[in-house]
Design a protein around this ligand. Sequence first.
Ligand code: HAM
Length: 435
Amino acid sequence: MKYKAPRGTQDILPPQAVEWQAFEDSTRRILSRYGYREIRTPIFESKELFLRTVGQDTDIVQKEMYCFRDRKDREFALRPEGTASVIRSYIENALWVERPFQKLYYLGPMFRYDRPQKGRYRQFHQVGAEAVGSLSPLVDAEVIALMGELVKAAGVKKTILKLNSLGDKESRRAYIPALREYFADKEKELCPDCQRRLETNPLRILDCKVPSCGDLARNIPPTEDWLSKESREHYAAVQEWLGIIGVAFEKDKRLVRGLDYYTRTTFEYHHGGLGATVALGGGGRYDSLVAECGGPDTPAIGFSLGTERVLLAASQDRETGGMGDSRTRELAIYLAWLGEEALATAFKLAFSLRPLIRVEMELESRSLKAQFRQADKLNVSHVLILGQDELARNEVQIKEMATGRQENVRIGDLEERIKAGIRNFTIDRIPEKTQ
Ligand code: HAM
């Protein structure tokens, strides 16, 4: 019998995992510099949570959720996104008591029954950030800039930032009839889902994945024309602040995003190499969601990036220099030994050096030549050789792989040598462009 990973999922094998770790590390570092703290929520939640927040008429809820019943017949869904869970947790744990303005981030897998293709998977990963508790347009500008910084740090060079505003509840209420009127004479050409949406939730027509519906929506009235005075001022201030911090954007009147909870600002980052319908990430304000879920009236804004898409875009941009070029060669040791007497000393030595450095060790008693081949494969910077002669003198021989330079060092001096010598071991030999 042959087993395969489920359709739309993928294994992240060790060489790719290195890239994932680098992305996750830089992401965590940047987020914490902006004052965001990690929150970890369950991978499944009650199905009802997503129906109420993401929205009954969205593609996510209608077509893409992985739902299941447990043994007590309770209905759950694998999380299709992170915002609903964060807000559920914010309310359940009364996080506003600890801090009135909470800045939270999360990293992890999400699940959507999408048609698998480049950049679209059934299990994918998001990095998300949610700033809960402020209506200031400064927060919008900061969140949008932060998202851009994460993408840039991953090595993605050319991005397009799309920006729109849906307005507050009042503005949306005024806009919906205008949208219905626009689609009235096009109803028959819409897909069956959108014909229903025209009645229940016409905004959802704008992110329908059926191409003909996208074409029909091309000339919709701009949401901006229906903004209330307050929302218009807010949108203008967001644009102004983005200008002040030098973040370039394009206004996109059709950017309503595929989830129901958005109010006012919406935004998406795109990359030329992924195609127009596949965003690197997106987000927006959701000023009513906390109250709608039973919490205090609390404005909020956030975004999520798709990790697979960001890494895909970064690899496309790599020829012109991205994260891939800046990776430094790893300092690591391969411990080669000859003769059973050397084995015990080598085995103990490996344990004592591992707090300082990666140590691989020969476990099979092979020839020195075979051990060097293995060391080369494992891409270590140095081989330590422990044979009978070295053992008798309480020494090891160090060989630097890049240069072939060798020298003998007393075992007792090794730790200090590694600690003090980490720089002059290799870094000074790495060509400048790879540092
Ligand atoms: P979203 O636009 O549904 O927003 O997803 C955000 C990002 O997740 C997408 O731009 C994309 O990079 C990635 N993504 C979504 N679906 C897939 C898929 N099937 N395969 C690969 N990547 C995918 C949200 O999820 C909101 N929670 C964002 C947000 C946070 N808004 C406010 N706060």
